[in-house]
Design a protein around this ligand. Sequence first.
Ligand code: GAP
Length: 517
Amino acid sequence: MAQEDVFKKLVAHCKEYGFVFQSSEIYDGLSAVYDYAQLGVELKNNIKKYWWDSMVKLHENVVGIDSAIFMHPTIWKASGHVDAFNDPLIDNKDSKKRYRADVLIEDLLAKFEAKMDKEVAKAQKKFGETFDEAQFRATNPRVLANKEKMDAIHARFVEALDKNDLVDLKQIIIDNEIACPISGTKNWTDVRQFNLMFSTDMGSTADGSSKIYLRPETAQGIFVNYLNVQKTGRMKIPFGIAQIGKAFRNEIVARQFIFRMREFEQMELQFFVRPGEEMKWFNAWKETRMSWHRALGFGEDKYRFHDHDKLAHYANAATDVEFKFPFGFKEVEGIHSRTDFDLKQHQEYSGKKIQYFDPELNKSYVPYVVETSIGVDRMFLQIMSEAYQEEKIEKEDGKVDERVVLKLPPALAPVKLCVMPLVKKDGLPDKAREIIDDLKFDFNCQYDEKDSIGKRYRRQDAIGTPFCVTLDHQSLEDNTVTLRYRDTMAQERVEISKLYEIIKSEVSMKELFKKLK
Ligand code: GAP
């Protein structure tokens, strides 16, 4: 099945099973805004816990905060967001559709890459095990021709971004005959800059009110609390401050479901270090964060680093962790070496000294910062797109059955077990409730007595529940139940008293944490 079709099915599945709903759906929705539903919120909370504990619990020198969304408007002047938090936009005059000029060019570059990958895949099929991919890429004329074109466009693109040359950005689009996907025409407006921050008024009267912004990143809430945390927590450099919270961006083009939203959630760490040591910490955090992703078990080939073509105004090094979504490799996390830009700016704009006295060096300085910043929603999409699987199952009578199963990492699954009495009578429901009453303090449990056991198993597969526990009449006699495993569909008879240990060993986050570097 084409990857786009898989993605469409995933989006439909998220709605059908209560993971994600379009915001304000009964009013025909609000573009690029989504609500997390009854199961979605559980998965999202588990993702946040996995991140928070891995940062705050597992690092002695990292503490957390929860700062307000509304902040003093000067903060956004100091941080550079008022002047420079822009995206280059372009409109197609025929379809009246608006695009990000840089994204149109990036999509073109991705097409060249896809063409080269196709050549490689074809050759791989032809030559089998003897195939040498590196040599093929270095010598095949079609691959080389595509690479040459791609590199030339890329170099020009980077230069235009660096120089903020909006005229050349448009010219790249024209020269490469990029057409609007809707109208199919190349009838473009000029490229203009568009500030992504939402603003509103604070105060009750028009005269007495002041313009404030909805934060476009949570990071500034950490910077402006740096001194408070360092002093009250007696933190010694190097140390970090972690935060999870909502951020808002008036994205020009919101695409791919919850991948690019106007209201989203970030999990950010600002790690304060000695000036000159930032590259050491930048590399260390790259490794730590990659191991956090890989511990989920989706496969090494699903991730890669992508260094930024254009560094943000505050950074001296930056890379993205990219994940292979059904629509290609895309950013899920940014790791940035932000220098001392932010703290220095706040020092200047606030007039307050923001420095650290380093007892070992016996001097004061403005710390440098390494940031890791990941979107909760993109992580959610990553996990769902990897977990969603359609399987064909051969039955004993030779017929083929199908199931949709969410192979979620058990520690993140919204529901850990479902308890099912085989029939709704003979005391089985009461016994099932007893099991739930015993386990509900440790695990999120469901109870289901409706329909055949097969149908109930399918319902739980579709929401990613790792365990189903079925009671029958034998359970009343010997206190045993059938435990069914989601991924293998294997079943075994176990004592009720053993359920806690078996389930805990699989769904505990500790198993994920043990894999972290
Ligand atoms: N403080 C740095 C910062 O905000 P960023 O690369 O702009 O850096 C970090 O954003 C992460 O936030 C991204 O890697 C992505 O996961 C998430 N993110 C950014 N914009 C988003 C959007 N419109 N919708 C969903 N997630 C978004």
